[in-house]
Design a protein around this ligand. Structure first.
Ligand code: NDP
Length: 484
């Protein structure tokens, strides 16, 4: 059985305590690798290596840092099939999705920040003939980077790329549920010539390895993506230590369909927004608000489309949905389906495992796309993040009402609005409290824009300039320029 290693000080090393966790393939339910169950000793070694590497890496010319990151991107791209297969075995997602979205977007993350650092500008301000101010942006030191299981390499590299491109060093922890592509990234870093200690990857449990990263006094910058409850626990540790933190947290995103929407686009895209990656994307539209005059017709077509989605072996090209990431996630989804019934909802389709997919996947964690109707926007199913292929349809009568309902959850990550009325699109975009608003589209990404959540969906922003600002410390230099 394949035994993964940590990556510390440029070397692949076993965990100090010698303990390992099972890594399960969610499509088969079988253990397929062993992942280090690292502890504070491993984190300590990683921080020491990162701390030693920082003085040289932070002074390495941007051009050289850029070249190494670009090499890493090329190496991942040249092994796209291998990476995609690993992501599928680790996560249960369809191979076609890993090949066309997850891995290519990880490559783009590295390329984007590798080249962005060649084009940064420094601010300067002239103070009324008295002074010239200029701002130095310096890397902050050792950064702690913690990412979740739903888009493993994609989100891991979205943190690593800006952190090390700007001259920081890093101690990074992927989710222990999906560690394989992070372990493969270590091979890529070694092959690309990344100097020892610049990137350190420590595998293991959040409560042990993750907590040791968050509380380490030498780690002054933390970028975290994961659940809101975990984010709150991290903030509670980091805030009294005055660490700089970025928290990308959960969502309960509205998809809003007005009667005048272009249904040829609104229907298939809202289906994709509900069920892509088995509904396990923080940006998935899990509350589908439909204008009452078209709601019955739209619902019928939406349910018909959901029933057409083939839940199957993620390795097969014909599968559109694979397995949920874990037994725990499957149980959570089942509990919410039961809660929906208790709350008076009607399950229009799904809510159950599909017929056994094939012999290989007979013990996998599969569930059918699930559509619920008849629930109030304020019930628990429509307020809490489920993070699975479950969507609730809610009719609305007017703009004000739908904005109020969309804003009624503690979350504010993203929203997708469908209308052909430009004025209304702008009004609703302004009214909905979400960090990202898509109009007549969903999940379209431009790496230059700020990305992050409002309310309990997070603190801070990722994306181009925002990430570069997050990972650098501004220092103002004021030079007196007296004119007498
Ligand atoms: P978790 O919050 O459970 O875990 C995220 C990461 O944090 C994992 O690596 C986890 O390790 C680690 N962790 C857990 N506890 C601690 C701790 N006390 N200290 C430090 N690290 C810790 O999230 P999930 O992995 O379940 O991911 C799903 C969540 O992520 C959803 O809520 C989703 O909305 C959110 N998400 C947000 C995104 C955004 O951009 N806003 C994007 C993608 C997902 P371990 O795996 O061992 O628990």
């Amino acid at each position: 059985m394949h035994q993964l290693t940590n990556y510390i000080n440029g070397e692949k090393v076993p965990p100090a305590g010698g303990a390992y966790l099972d890594n399960i393939n969610p499509a088969t339910g079988a253990v397929f690798s062993k992942v280090p169950d690292s502890d504070a000793a491993d984190v300590e070694a990683a921080v020491a290596a990162a701390d030693r590497a920082f003085p040289i890496w932070s002074k390495t010319p941007a051009d050289e840092r850029s070249r190494i990151l670009l090499r890493m991107a090329d190496l991942i791209e040249s092994r796209l099939d291998e990476f995609a297969r690993a992501e599928t075995d680790d996560n249960g997602k369809c191979l076609s999705l890993a090949r066309t979205v997850d891995i290519p977007r990880a490559v783009k993350n590295l390329r984007f920040f590798a080249t962005a650092i060649l084009h940064t500008q420094s601010e300067s301000h002239v103070t009324d003939g008295q002074a010239l101010n200029y701002t130095l942006r310096k890397p902050r030191g050792v950064c702690g980077l913690i990412s979740p299981w739903n888009l493993p390499l994609y989100l891991f590299t979205w943190k690593i790329a800006p952190a090390i491109a700007t001259g920081n060093t890093a101690v990074a922890k992927p989710s222990e549920v999906t560690p394989v592509t992070a372990a493969m990234l270590a091979d890529v870093a070694i092959e690309a010539g990344l100097p020892a200690g610049v990137l350190n990857i420590v595998h293991g449990l959040g409560a042990k390895a993750g907590a040791a990263i968050v509380s380490h006094p030498k780690i002054t910058t933390i970028s975290f993506t994961g659940g809101t409850v975990t984010g709150r626990a991290i903030a509670a540790v980091a805030a009294p230590m005055f660490k700089k933190i970025s928290l990308e947290l959960g969502g309960k995103n509205p998809t809003i369909v007005f009667a005048d929407a272009d249904m040829k686009k609104a229907l298939p895209t809202s289906v994709r927004a509900a069920f892509a990656n088995q509904g396990q994307i923080c940006l998935c539209g899990s509350r589908l608000f439909v204008e009452r005059s078209i709601c019955d017709d739209f619902t019928a077509k939406f349910v018909a489309a959901a029933k057409q989605i083939r839940v199957g072996d993620p390795l097969e090209e014909s599968s559109a949905m694979g397995a949920l990431v874990s037994k725990a996630q499957l149980d959570k989804v089942s509990q919410y389906v039961a809660l929906a019934k208790e709350e008076g909802g009607e399950i229009l389709c799904g809510g159950e495992p599909p017929a056994p997919v094939n012999d290989r996947c007979k013990n996998g964690y599969f569930v059918q796309p699930t559509v619920i109707a008849g629930l109030s926007h304020s019930c628990r199913v429509n307020q809490e993040e489920i993070f699975g292929p479950v969507v609730s349809i809610i009719p609305f009568d007017d703009e004000k009402q739908v904005i109020d309902m969309a804003n009624s959850t503690p979350y504010g990550l993203s929203a997708s609005i469908w209308t052909e009325n430009l004025n209304r699109a702008h009004r609703v975009a302004e009214g909905v409290q979400s960090g990202t608003i898509w109009i007549n589209t969903w999940l379209l990404r431009d790496l230059r824009v700020p990305f992050g959540g409002m309310k309990q969906s997070g603190v801070g922003r990722e994306g181009g300039d925002e990430a570069i600002r997050f990972f650098t410390e501004p220092k103002n230099v004021c030079i007196a320029t007296p004119n007498d």
